[in-house]
Design a binder for this molecule. Structure first.
Ligand code: PLP
Length: 458
């Protein structure tokens, strides 16, 4: 990220349209580092502050309306405030928000997870996706008696110490600041999609407890993963006695009702879930083989064996359970996943057409209900089809050689009433409309024009 953003017509226009957000950002910076609460919400000169949201849209504190592609960080397959989910929360609210005890809803919620993902023979709820991947690693180590974990460069699995490096930087496996070297040493960071390299690393590290992967590719397909690669991973892990963990925090209940594992026809040993799982409220889960999840069970006889400890004040919170049940029921009984996927496909095509018309070297690509905009700053002879077919260098796609260009892209889209996610790109939803698509395409064309006028579009 640039230390300071140089003023320009795009930046000036954004400032002109969002004075109240500027005020709130100045206030926020007094208390919140960088004025934000999640790294991916960082935007210079400041992000918009949102006052309300509904369906595919949100409104900022200056009264401006946006087509939303942040989608609750991927949690909102049904958009903001879907009436069925709101009604489920409203029914639960007067009945209590925290029992500190078991409740029927948590059983129904787990039944929905199992019905949609049969590999989840047992489920343990957590409060977030980060907690889910943390618990999955602990279970894998306890089950196998091995220490090391293989994960893939660029893939995101939350922010705990095992996952905090090698995502956007530190691709050599060095720990990011604040993470113990001893923890990082237990992570085998593999190049995504490179089966030969993976096999060779597996030969070198016979003590792999598990391999964890985002099965649709890093950051919702920013670094696409092919089905053959996933099938080979399934084979190699089973053959070598390591567990295969699908991190379906974002792909689960999204690319298909049963997630990537249903789409690719692969049964992982463990699955980590969050986002759509809890219908837009906080929540996560680890699901998987009964013999592995049984390590969380108390032994029949005291002292018979050691259990894996796991607590969490907000696990299976009743409000999250109510919202989650409503969401999963709609995933199972409607064509929501297919609609979000189809909108994603149309949006990728339409944005690519804008690029073609403007003679730019940018590339829009993605899969399922996701789109990624890559400005291709070096004008590499690469196409969306090549990237989607796995022919890319992950360091190139993850690199941010001209961060000010990406910032201005996001500002330009905001100026024209569209908020995209920081990748840049975003998840699409089942409630995005033709009007949203038209507005997004218009905003993209106008933004590219503004960038060209500023000499940023090469
Ligand atoms: N795993 C994946 C694939 C994710 O996309 C995310 C969040 O974006 C996480 C884990 C972490 O989930 P949470 O933000 O709920 O901790």
């Amino acid at each position: 990220m640039p230390a300071t953003l140089v003023e320009s017509p795009i930046v000036a226009e954004y400032r002109r349209l969002t004075p109240r957000s500027a005020e709130l950002a100045a206030k926020a910076r007094q208390l919140l580092p960088s004025g934000i609460t999640h790294d991916s919400r960082f935007l210079q000169p400041y992000p918009i502050y949102v006052a309300r949201a509904a369906g595919s849209r949100k409104w900022d504190v200056d009264g401006r309306e946006y087509v939303d592609y942040t989608g609750g960080h991927g949690a909102l397959l049904f958009g903001h405030n879907h009436p069925t989910i709101v009604a489920a929360i409203e029914r639960q609210l007067p009945l209590g928000t925290h029992y500190g005890a078991g409740h029927e809803q948590e059983i129904v919620w787990a039944e929905w997870v199992h019905r949609l993902m049969p590999s989840c023979e047992c489920v343990r709820f957590t409060s977030s996706g980060t907690e889910a991947t943390h618990l999955a690693l602990r279970l894998a180590r306890a089950y196998t008696g091995r220490n090391k974990i293989m994960r893939f460069a660029g893939h995101f699995h939350g922010w705990h110490d095992h996952m905090a490096f090698g995502v956007g930087s530190h691709f050599d496996g060095r720990p990011s600041i604040g993470v113990l070297r001893e923890v990082a040493d237990q992570i085998v960071l593999a190049p995504p999609g490179d089966l030969e390299a993976v096999r060779s690393l597996m030969d070198q590290h016979a003590d792999l407890a598990a391999v964890i992967i985002e099965p649709t590719g890093a950051s919702w397909g920013q670094l696409p993963v092919l089905g053959e690669f996933l099938h080979a991973l399934r084979h190699e892990t089973a053959h070598r006695g390591s567990l295969l963990i699908f991190d379906e925090v974002i792909s689960g209940f999204r690319c298909a009702p049963g997630g990537a594992q249903q789409y690719f026809g692969i049964r992982p040993d463990l699955t980590t879930l969050a986002k759509i799982l809890a219908g837009g409220l906080p929540g996560g889960a680890v699901g998987g083989r009964r013999d592995i999840l049984d390590l969380l069970s108390f032994p029949d006889q005291p002292g018979e064996r050691e259990k894996v400890p796991h607590q969490g004040t907000y696990n299976a919170n009743p409000l999250s359970a109510a919202a989650g049940i409503a969401a999963l029921e709609m995933v199972a009984t409607t064509d929501a996943c297919a609609r979000a996927n189809e909108y994603g496909r149309r949006l990728r095509l339409a944005l690519s057409e804008v690029i073609r018309e403007q003679g730019a070297s940018w590339i829009v690509y993605g899969s399922f209900s996701g789109f990624h905009i890559w400005p291709n700053p070096e004008r590499l002879p690469l196409s969306a089809e090549q990237i989607e077919a796995g022919h890319y260098d992950y360091r190139v796609l993850k690199a941010r050689p001209r961060p000010e260009l990406l910032t201005k892209l996001r500002l330009g889209m905001l100026i024209h009433g569209v908020e995209i996610f920081s990748w840049p790109g975003g998840p699409t939803s089942a409630v995005h409309t033709d009007a949203d698509l038209e507005q997004t395409v218009g905003a993209f064309a106008a933004t590219l024009k503004m960038l060209r006028e500023e000499g940023e579009l090469i």
